[in-house]
Write a protein that binds this ligand. Structure first.
Ligand code: T1G
Length: 701
């Protein structure tokens, strides 16, 4: 007997028999989420089993690729009476008088693991994953997870699993006693055999009747200490610790009831709305209107990287990490050797931390071929240029590449600001040219802006999105404009930050206003890290292109003193050995002298004003980008800011954050601060809509 195929079954829970064992198969593709129809089917199955004396045990299993991947997140905002009754189903399981066996393959996450813990036994294939990831959605395990998991794996492990939200493999879960038997081969057959073995075992082992091992006060104190660092400003982690502590201190029923109340509190919070928004926005961002699964793609079996500097080296590692051979090109042997030694050092550091073996290091370095000859890229399926930002240099490279690369090869530029259409125009195959904008450090940052040029073909676009997933990046499609989406918005954000200082604020206060919003770095901490000379060069370039005089702002003057940020041990701030930013009196004096010279009387600027002006400058530019079609969805912009610019996921990204504030209020504040709201923003505000509603309407259009 094999795992039944879900697609042929009409209802969401199918009942079948194997002798005296009743099998309940959940069929709700793609991930058997606990949607409406699942609890009803399970309850009906349990009633059938209870009413039939020939049934000695019940097996619950998922159809298709997985067990239950959790409650259906799309139902969170349904009125309680319409919500799938997961807690009621688990209460029924807990009181059931015959053995119930959860048979797990794929993932048992959130409500899925809670359902399994409501059963008397759990069996799994070794490769299955189990976990309680609710904290990643700004909620908490709300169907018994906070009360049952500590009773099985102990307080410390349970807290680790619920606060990280990361799953564990069934093999580890078996060692922890969370899984009663690992099944090699046919899961259903193994589960039925196990159920038959346990058919007469009494009393039935109920997790709810156990006590919590290792529930000492220091465990909870350490957890509270930990989340102050790892989950700064977040609501649900502290509720999870409170409930886990209750699990050890009060009767199960009391903890179970408290969990329901705290779950609703977390679910109805802006933080959970923000994190749920990002859960779906990230999956939506991988979908490109007009591109379907039938769009032909090319297979990427080898890659070429031009430039072995910081970006080129980091980009190469992404390919090596997934087993794709890379040929890396430099102009000088010394630069090539330096590039390779940086890559090896990065891997060796990872090995030293025990996160990979030295065999892995050698295996990945073995896939890397250095060369000084661009001709060696003739067989590469994709070639990514990662040299410094100069249009003439890039055009020269693409002209040569056009004569070297094989037909059908993807020619990509890692430019972060330049016009990809102009780069493509020097080739005879502009349809093969695309921008792949990685973020530094490229082997770490998850975001990849996929820059669609005017002539980029659907095949190149679809192949690039699939490749992004393969090298474990979050790919977001953007159009061509100065700075694309992320950098265009951050330039506007930088302009506003400099303006706020000019008007009277201190740089550290401006940074603090964004730290208060949850960003680990404010605009000036970020500029010092990236290098003040980069922003300086862009401002000079933009002024030149616009025929304007050379910019002479207070930050330009700091750069002209030779201070470029962390790389010169000082920029706007000085830095100690821990890279902590320390305000510098001379720089503060430079700013005051600048104001005096410009006849500016400094004024008091509150943190609230600073936060709003900075956040809303991002939102306003984001709205213009949507109007121009440079970004497909407001949700895409949010994904870009969370994975590329450190915007806190629990705020949902700048566009979601603005919607939470009310776009009417955002428009009013922008006008109060002397900024002109984008027409789209004004329209949505007048219509009382959110950016999510804008995306939904556009998606339907
Ligand atoms: N609810 C609704 N839709 C879901 C879903 C869920 N729980 N999980 C996935 N989907 C959709 C997803 O949007 C996508 O849709 C499709 O399924 C495939 O997903 C009381 C309250 C299971 C590891 O947090 O982590 O239980 O884009 O692209 O890469 O305590 O999905 O195709 O239209 O991600 O193979 C807890 C969330 C819920 C797990 C599979 N559970 N899911 O990854 O596929 S809260 C979770 C995942 C809870 C209780 C509480 C992953 C996956 P579309 P996918 P994948």
């Amino acid at each position: 007997m094999s795992t039944p195929d879900s697609s042929s079954q009409p209802s969401l829970v199918q009942q079948s028999r194997d002798g005296d064992v009743l099998i309940l198969t959940i069929n709700n593709p793609p991930v058997n989420a606990f949607s409406v129809g699942v609890p009803e089917g399970l309850k009906a199955g349990l009633d059938a089993a209870a009413a039939d004396d020939s049934v000695t045990a019940v097996v619950i299993i998922g159809g298709g690729r997985t067990f239950v991947a959790g409650a259906d997140i799309r139902t969170f905002d349904l009125p309680r009476e319409q919500s799938p009754d997961l807690r009621g189903t688990i209460e029924k399981l807990d009181a059931f008088t015959k053995p119930t066996v959860a048979a797990i393959h794929g993932t048992a996450l959130g409500g899925g693991l809670e359902l399994a813990m409501g059963c008397t036994y759990r069996v799994a294939v070794p490769g299955a994953q189990v976990g309680l990831p609710e904290v990643k959605l700004g909620v908490l395990p709300g169907a018994g997870g906070t009360q049952r998991l500590p009773r099985v794996v102990g307080a410390a492990k349970a807290l680790d699993m619920m606060l990280s939200g990361n799953p564990i493999r069934a093999t580890e879960a078996s060692q922890l006693g969370l899984i009663d038997r690992l099944i090699d081969g046919d899961l259903l057959a193994g589960a039925v055999e196990f159920a038959r073995e346990m058919a007469d075992a009494r009393p039935l082992p109920r997790i709810s009747e156990r006590s919590v091992p290792g529930a000492t006060p220091d465990v909870f104190a350490a957890a509270r200490q930990g989340i102050r660092k790892t989950h700064r400003g977040q609501l649900s982690p502290s509720l999870i610790v409170d409930l886990a502590e209750m699990a050890a201190a009060v009767p199960f029923q009391e903890g179970w009831d408290a969990e329901a109340t705290k779950f609703m509190e977390a679910k109805d919070s802006p933080q959970s709305r923000g994190l749920r928004h990002i859960f779906f926005a990230e999956r939506e961002s991988a979908k490109i209107p007009g591109i379907t699964k039938d769009t032909p793609t090319t297979e990427i079996k080898s890659a070429g990287i031009i430039g072995a500097g910081t970006m080129g080296g980091g980009i190469a590692m992404n390919f090596l990490n997934v087993g794709i051979p890379v040929t890396i090109v430099e102009t000088q042997q010394e630069a090539l050797d330096r590039g390779l030694s940086v890559i090896r050092r990065n891997y060796e550091n990872t090995a030293k931390k025990g996160r990979m073996s030295m065999e892995d290091v050698e295996a990945r370095m073995g896939l890397l071929t250095p060369t000084l000859d661009m001709g060696d890229l003739k067989d590469a399926d994709i070639i990514i240029e990662a040299v410094f930002e100069n249009m003439d240099v890039k055009k020269d490279i693409f002209t040569r590449l056009d004569g070297i690369a094989k037909p059908g090869a993807i020619l990509a530029s890692n430019t972060s600001t330049l016009d990809v259409n102009e780069i493509a125009s020097v080739t005879s195959r502009p349809e093969s040219v695309i921008g792949l904008h990685f973020f530094s450090p490229a082997n770490v940052m998850k975001l990849l802006e996929i820059v669609r040029a005017e002539k980029t073909s659907d095949t190149v676009l679809a192949t690039s999105m699939a490749l992004a997933k393969r090298i474990k990046k979050v790919g977001v499609v953007v159009g061509v404009c100065d700075g694309f989406v992320g950098n265009r918005m951050v330039h506007r954000y930088g302009d506003e930050a400099r303006q706020i200082v000019e008007e009277g604020a201190r740089p550290e206060d401006v940074d603090a206003s964004m730290n208060a919003l949850g960003l680990p770095m404010g605009p000036f901490q970020m500029s010092d890290m990236a290098g003040l000379d980069i922003g300086y060069a862009i401002r000079q370039h933009q002024a030149k292109v616009a025929g304007q005089p050379k910019p002479d702002g207070w930050l330009d003057r700091i750069v002209e003193t030779g201070r470029k940020g962390q790389k010169t041990q000082g920029g706007i701030y000085d830095y100690d050995e821990t890279r902590r930013p320390i305000p510098n009196a001379d720089m503060q004096k430079l700013i005051e002298d600048y104001r005096a010279e410009k006849g500016i009387t400094p004024r008091e600027i509150t943190q609230e004003e600073s936060t709003k002006r900075l956040a809303y400058s991002l939102v306003n530019e984001g709205a213009k980008i949507l109007e121009e079609g440079i970004a497909q969805r407001a949700g895409d912009i949010d994904v870009i800011y969370i994975y590329g610019y450190g915007f806190p996921a629990y705020r949902g990204g700048p566009m979601q954050y603005a919607s939470e504030q009310g776009l009417k209020n955002v428009v009013a504040d922008l006008e109060k601060f002397g900024q002109t709201p984008a027409p789209l923003l004004k329209r949505l505000a007048e219509e009382g809509k959110t950016f999510a509603q804008y995306d939904a309407e556009k998606g339907r259009a």
